[in-house]
Structures are given as C-alpha cells and as structure tokens.
Design a protein around this ligand. Structure first.
Ligand code: ARG
Length: 620
C-alpha cells in the first residue's frame, strides 16, 4: 500500500476505532458524583445555544414547515431497486407495505401501493420529518395527525423551534432556578437533583442490568443528549426500537435511557453528525438493590426537555407504524434439513446419532429475544441471535501464544463446523470459539474447542480472479461424539434443502473489517444482504465470467453493506420454513462494499452430498 494512504488509513482508524471498541465501567450510586447546578461533570456542557446554532442538522430551511412533498428526487430510490431486480417477478413479493404485486412481462412487475405509499416497491411513505421542519429541534414521529412533533432544543421554543426565549418559560424542573448566561441559560438545581434541567432526582438509579429502569437520565456517559425513541432520525437510519425489542415496555415518546435488549445497563441512541450511534448512559447503579425501589413508576412520556412549557403532545405513546423492510418468504417445498449423521442412509438418519439426544435436536432457531439493530458501522449482534457463528482461531503449532481470530465458520453439528477452504491453515494449531460476541473478552457464554481435523474440498482452487470450491469442514475435538454443548448461545444452523429465490433478504455476520476498521470489529456484527441472480452477477460490469455454479453473489450492487476480510468462512443464512439455513459461506469479493462488486459466497446447496459423505466417513 502506498505510504501516504497507509497513514491516512491509520489516522482514520485512530479517529474511529476507539469509539467502537470502548467498553465502559458501571458507575455506582455516588452522591459526590451528582452535579448541583450549572457545573457539569463532563466539563463541557452539551446542547449550548452556540453548538445548536452551529449544528448543520438544525439548520433553518426556508419553507420547510410547509406541506409534504414526498416526490422530491432525493427521496426517489427506485433506481436502487432497478439495479438489483430479482428475476422472479412477484414471488417473493417485492412490494413493501402491503403492496400488491402484478407480474408484467417476463421479468417485470408492478406494485399496486396502498395509500400513502409510493415508489416502485411502495417503499416511500409520506415524509413527515422533512429536513428543517423542526428548526432547532428533533422531529419525532407520532401516530396521530400531523404524525410528527418537534422536540425543541432549549431555549428554542415550540411549535417550530425557530425562536428563542431564555428562561421563559422556566425549563428547569424540580424547583431548579433558571439563570441567564449571555445567550444561554443554566439550571441551578436543588440539592440531589442533576441533569441539564435538574430532571434527574436523587433516587434515580438502576438495579441489575437496568431492564426495569424507568428513570429520567437522558444523556450518555460522554454527555451526548439521547435521541427520542420515536425519533425520525433513528428510523431513517435503519433501526426501529419499537419493533425490534422483545421488551419495548419502557420505551415511549421520550429520550430516557433504557435497556430493552438485555444489554448490561441502560443506554440510548444519540446522533453524531449525520450518524446514528448508541452508548451507555450516565446512570447510577442503586446502592443496595434490595433496599432501593427502582424507578419504575414515573410516567413514561414525561419530557425532560420541555417540562414546564406546554407543547402539543402526542395523544398516544406509540410511534406510527413505520415501513419496515420485510424479508420476503421463500417459496420452496420441503423443510430445511438438519446436518446429516453417520448412517448407511444419509437422507433419513436420526438427527443426533452422535450427540446425546437432548442436544441440538433442532437447528436454525436463534434466541428469539432481544433482537435489535444498533448501528455502528455494522449492526451489533445481541447475545444468542447468531448462535451458530464460529470464530476460527489459529496460533503457531505447539506454541502457547494466544490464539488469534482468522475466519468465521458455522456450527452444523456438535462436532462439525463449516468454513471456507481458504481459511484452512494446516501448519497451525486451530480452535473454534462458539457462543461469544466479543473477541477481546472471555465471555462466560463461550466454548473454545480444538480442531481435530480439517477437510478441505478436493477441488478447492484459487486463481487471481476467483476462488473455487471454497469450502472446508472442521472436525472438532470431543468425547463420544460430543464437542460443542448446546446452550442459549450455541446452536446449529440447518443445512438448506433447496435453492432460494434471487432478491431474497438474508443475513451475513462476522468480525471482519468494517468501513471504520480494517482490522475488523471486536464485537460480532451482522447485516442484511440480498441474493443476487447468477446472470446479473456475471454481467461484465460485475464479475463477468469467473463465476461458476459453486458460488453466488449477495449484497447490494450499489455498494455499502458487504462482508469483508476476516468474515470468510462465516455464515450467510436465510430463513427457510421458519428455520435458519446456512446458504452461503463468505468466500471472496473485489475489495469490500464497492458498487457492482458484491460479496461472493460458496453455494452450500452445491455441497450437500459432499458434506454428508465427509461427516459419515469420519464417524464410521
Ligand atoms: N476473503 C475474505 C476473507 O478471507 C472475505 C472477503 C469477502 N469480500 C467481500 N467483498 N465480500 O475474510
């Protein structure tokens, strides 16, 4: 690599990586820690008037308060869909938001969209939160007309957050005194109260992991102001709190920290420039969990930023139903098959001939709870959501050096992992780690198991432009056919039993390089990709003629979401008859995330017999 480019990359990595890798310590309830007035513990106070005025996000746009205009060109994303049209018209239904699909000609379709949705795939809804609509405020979505509300940044005033009024009405709560300070204001809080608006009381603390926390803290650990859970900005960036969490009880049209997804403590989304981020909050843990009543009874729609000023409030605590990308159901017959077991008839063998009967009796079922996308370059995988994901790790033979992650893999049976052929490093000691999410922490959920044997496909072949038959089986070390133990975090993926339709949305996951970190992510990330037709991917501007039927492409032809270095061998899984099947193994690609250069995956359906025969041979 050119030296200048290398320095530039290092510079970027230095800027971006620490944010992603940081892990914070819990704070404990500590009276000294509480601010009693304008002085803030972070030294720098967020949300100052000058910062708000400088923030391009809150730019005043002339005429932005006017009518909807959802036909503007910026919003028209039809061309995205045209670029990667699946060949099979209406099955699966490409129309979103309950649009009705009508086939047109051999390859085309037309979506009849229910009002108010528009666009080739009914993907465009009304744009209630147009840029500038809320002036110096956050636009949040509500379920009743006009379907949005402006949450003004103090001291900007409703309804449009354009005009400013210092201390009138008094934004400080709990008897806090508003003190003018040039063009700004400060709240002088009574003892025990803290927060920019004195909205955090002395008993505001959380117990355990904070799942029951219903307190008022609305700032991250670093002092970023939390976004409203029904913020338009969160939805626009692909996360959907109200529909992604198992327990969205504590969420509402407010911006208080919560822990709806089983994380270790309350957290919230915040905006960093144009990017959506999340972080743990500046909440305190209750001193004696048994003596302290957690704050569960506060009204969930109490609004810390507009406590005394009457604002037009939504009449319900639900955000409006938002257009969610739907993964189309495949139209296949039969059901996904469990990985085969040694037996004379590989097709109808009992499922777990080698493992105790209570283990791995079903495949392709992830932990259903707490699945959420929190965006930070990729999507952070919550515990148990990709329980078949394997980190394949190596170290020099017979050394006691630490193992390092080299590739992904997929657990298909207690003692068998599928990975890419090019991940095999026969000259090294290999182990797999299952059930873990973080590469730099030893997690109680993880199982590290030595690799006993690597079986690379006999016709594995690498050329300068492609990798063929890029598949390998890892036989794990165990006793009596038991290697991995099934748990909430360790489960097998099913083998597919049929081809899936082009255009179907599937999932990739891994610890590989991201746009922010060429060294990979410390936390397991996942992303959605679409299966791309073989013909489309063999077009000259994509990969031309190097593809054969042992591989397929998936991703986004526009670029962006993709697997990358370090993800190889890892899963591309799809839903087939209510189970997750391992449909592809990350193999290769022309760099990562480039336009017209999607990821290429080993086609697992092509290797079903190979997989069965190898497993059988090893077990007989
Ligand atoms: N060969 C890479 C690895 O060893 C995977 C590359 C995938 N590339 C892509 N653009 N999808 O990890």
């Amino acid at each position: 690599m050119n030296l200048k480019l290398l320095f530039f990359c290092l510079f970027l990595a230095a800027l971006l990586v620490p944010a992603e890798l940081k892990r914070k310590k819990h704070k404990h309830h500590d009276p000294d820690h509480e601010g009693h007035g304008p002085g803030h513990k972070h030294g720098k106070k967020r949300g100052k008037v000058e910062d708000i005025l400088r923030d391009l996000f809150f730019e005043i746009v002339e005429g932005a308060g006017d009518d909807d205009d959802d036909d503007d060109d910026h919003n028209n994303t039809d061309w995205v869909f045209e670029l990667q049209e699946p060949d099979g018209q209406c099955d699966p239904n490409p129309c979103r938001n309950n649009g009705v699909c009508e086939p047109k000609g051999k390859r085309k379709f037309k979506c009849d969209c229910p009002k108010p949705f528009k666009g080739k795939k009914c993907q465009r809804g009304p744009k209630h939160c147009k840029k500038g609509r809320c002036g110096r405020g956050e636009c949040v979505l509500t379920s009743t007309p006009p379907f949005f509300e402006c949450k003004c940044k103090e001291p900007f005033q409703p309804p449009r957050c354009i005009h400013l009024s210092l201390c009138e009405p008094n934004p400080c709560r709990n008897g806090g005194q508003c003190i003018k300070n040039g063009t700004d204001f400060d709240c002088l809080c009574p003892t025990g109260y803290r927060g920019r608006f004195c909205h955090v009381g002395p008993d505001d603390c959380y117990v355990g992991d904070g799942e029951s926390y219903r307190g008022n803290v609305s700032e991250t650990d670093d002092g970023h102001e939390c976004l409203y859970w029904n913020s338009h900005f969160i939805l626009e960036n692909g996360a959907d709190p109200f529909n992604s969490f198992e327990d969205s009880d504590g969420l509402g049209p407010h911006n208080f920290c919560r822990n709806p997804d089983g994380d270790e403590m309350p957290w919230c989304f915040f905006r960093q420039g144009r990017r959506l981020s999340w972080d743990y909050c500046d909440v305190t843990e209750c001193l004696k969990p048994t003596d302290v009543v957690p704050m569960e009874i506060l009204p969930i729609d109490a609004d810390p930023t507009a406590p005394t000023a009457p604002t037009s409030r939504p009449t319900t605590s639900e955000p409006i139903a938002t257009p969610k990308p739907t993964a189309s159901k495949p139209s296949t017959t039969g059901s996904p098959s469990q990985a085969p077991q040694p037996s004379p008839t590989p097709t109808d063998v009992p499922l777990n001939a080698t493992a105790p009967p209570q283990q791995f009796t079903t495949c392709g079922q992830s932990q259903p709870k707490k699945n959420v996308a929190r965006i930070f370059g990729g999507l952070k995988v919550p515990p148990g959501a990709v329980p078949w994901q394997v980190s394949l790790q190596v170290r020099p033979k017979n050394s006691n050096q630490p193992y390092r992650h080299t590739c992904g893999g997929v657990l298909i049976e207690s003692c068998w992992v599928l990975t890419a052929g090019h991940c095999s490093e026969q000259m090294k000691d290999m182990q797999v780690v299952l059930g873990g999410l973080s590469l730099d922490l030893e997690e109680p959920t993880e199982q590290a198991i030595k690799v006993e044997e690597v079986i690379v496909h006999e016709n594995y072949r690498e050329t300068t432009s492609a990798v063929y038959n890029d598949i390998a089986l890892l036989r794990l070390k165990g006793t009596n056919g038991v290697c991995a133990n099934e748990s909430q975090f360790v489960k097998t993926a099913c083998l597919p039993d049929a081809q899936l339709p082009d255009g179907m949305e599937c999932k990739i996951s891994g610890w590989g390089a991201t746009e922010n970190s060429q060294y990979g992510s410390n936390h397991l990330l996942d992303a959605n990709v679409m299966l791309i037709g073989q013909e489309k991917c063999s077009e000259p501007q994509v990969y031309g003629r190097v593809l054969d039927n042992t591989m397929f492409c998936a991703g986004h032809l526009l670029g962006g979401v993709d697997s990358c270095q370090g993800d190889s061998g890892g899963p591309l899984t799809c839903d087939q008859n209510n189970a997750t099947v391992i449909y592809g193994l990350v193999s290769w690609g022309d760099q990562c995330g480039r336009k017209n250069k999607p990821g290429v995956y080993a086609r697992v359906t092509h290797y079903l017999d190979w997989i069965k025969s190898k497993i059988q041979a090893a077990s007989s």
